[in-house]
Write a protein that binds this ligand. Structure first.
Ligand SMILES: Nc1ncnc2c1ncn2[C@@H]1O[C@H](COP(=O)(O)OP(=O)(O)OP(=O)(O)O)[C@@H](O)[C@H]1O
Ligand SMILES: [Mg+2]
Length: 403
């Protein structure tokens, strides 16, 4: 395999040296040149034709951003990774607009650097391989989008979403993807101990078309499932639009038989998109009074949005000795409980704290068995109940009043 040719651009000699040290044992990457300014970088790029350029932002003469702009226009097959001590959204945005494919915040580890270089390089290869004139082949399966929802915080949405995706993949040997749409405080990454720093924000900021191929670069594969993680910082959430979320779900449905979506505990525009696009909505509840009150409100809104027919209720942290009886709850809410996940603090906490799915840490525990049963119910669900899986959208309020 040929090595990835890398050009390092930074005005500080020491930084360039330390980057070379981080890469000294990495046989897949070859440092072909160095430059101390944006101007020199453009000259070197012309001569050396590197595959990837690592470019500092703040440099004398010509800064990294304008150099990136020039280089990405003249040499579109060279991928630029921007490096900076500043990781603010504005900086990332400007870097991406200047044509950078990746953004690394200093200081970074050798692993982060190597991963970023590989990602940038793979992205380019994928781009070259996918001809723009060939339409994407229709999937040979009927994709299922499953949105896990609940307006009560801490009720177990993420626990259910993570373990459901893993179970579907394990039980049915299918491809399963998991999207963390709890954009501000998503913790799928923590529950799966994801080391990758790539997330929805990188994808959103990269611009360009969202296709199954371009998406692959932003997925972290863990326990057999592909995960699209939430941004690392809450302030990035607002940069991700419902339109992008829609495209992501559509693109993933082309290659993944199951797309499981974890959501935030509120009806925001992004959650609404995930509910609209779902073939199945799993509403997660519990047996305490505040949660029941919340469930009633959620069901009313889901009914107003015409989503009730694809909504199914599950109860988490179930304890037969405590709380409201399931039959009473079903009667009060007028909806059947299709699955009850027992409360098992020891098993679930240990899984959450280790960042390993329950299916791995305690596959025979009662909650794991219930979650596997849930995967069976999801698998057997009559597909595409919703006649039109991509209906026109409007905001929550106008949809509620205008129905
Ligand atoms: N069946 C269970 N038994 C015992 N503990 C559980 C169970 N399910 C979830 N928990 C615990 O409850 C906590 C909250 O769960 P989780 O993060 O899945 O909820 P969430 O609805 O996603 O919360 P948020 O609204 O904050 O996103 C977790 O720390 C987990 O350990
Ligand atoms: Mg959660």
């Amino acid at each position: 395999m040929s090595r990835i040719k890398l050009l390092i651009v930074d005005d500080v000699d020491e930084t360039r040296e330390s980057i070379k040290r981080l890469l000294q044992f990495e046989t897949s990457i070859k440092v072909v040149g160095e430059a101390g300014s944006g101007k020199e970088a453009a000259r070197q790029a012309e001569v050396l034709r590197p595959d990837v350029i690592l470019m500092d932002i703040n440099m004398p003469e010509q800064d990294g951003l304008s150099a990136a702009e020039e280089i990405s226009t003249r040499f579109p097959h060279t991928n630029i990774i921007m490096i900076s001590v500043q990781g603010e959204t504005e900086y990332i945005k400007r870097a991406m607009l200047a044509g950078a494919r990746e953004f690394l915040v200093k200081p970074f580890t050798g692993e982060e650097l190597i991963n970023a270089i590989h990602h940038a390089h793979r992205l380019e290869k994928l781009r070259l391989e996918s001809s723009p004139h060939t339409p994407p082949p229709a999937p040979a399966f009927d994709p299922q989008v499953i949105t896990v929802f609940g307006t009560k915080g801490g009720v177990g949405k993420t626990t259910v979403a993570v373990n459901l995706a893993v179970s579907l993949q394990q039980l049915y040997k299918t491809k399963a993807a998991l999207i963390d749409l709890d954009l501000q405080f998503g913790d799928v990454g923590v529950m799966l101990n994801l080391s990758s720093r790539r997330s929805l924000i990188d994808l959103a900021m990269a611009g360009g078309d969202i296709t199954p191929e371009s998406l692959e670069e932003y997925l972290s594969v863990h326990n057999g499932i592909s995960v699209l993680a939430a941004p690392l910082k809450p302030e990035y959430a607002e940069l991700i639009t419902p339109g992008q979320v829609e495209k992501i779900i559509k693109a993933l449905s082309q290659t993944y038989e199951y797309v499981v979506i974890d959501t935030a505990a509120s009806f925001n525009e992004v959650t609404l998109t995930a509910l609209d696009r779902a073939n199945q909505i799993l509403l997660v509840g519990a047996q305490d009074l505040p949660t029941v009150k919340n469930l009633r409100l959620s069901l009313e809104v889901l009914e107003a949005l015409h989503h009730l027919s694809k909504t199914r209720l599950i109860l988490n942290r179930q304890n037969p000795e405590l709380g409201i009886r399931t039959e009473d709850l079903e009667r009060a809410l007028g909806i059947e409980v299709i699955n009850e996940i027992p409360n098992d603090v020891k098993a679930v906490s240990s899984s959450v704290n280790r960042g390993i799915p329950l299916m791995e840490t305690a596959p025979q525990s009662k909650p794991a068995l219930a979650l596997r049963r849930l995967a069976g119910l999801v698998h057997d669900y009559q597909k595409s109940l919703d006649g039109n899986p991509f209906p026109a959208k409007r905001g929550l309020l106008s949809r509620l009043v205008g129905r």
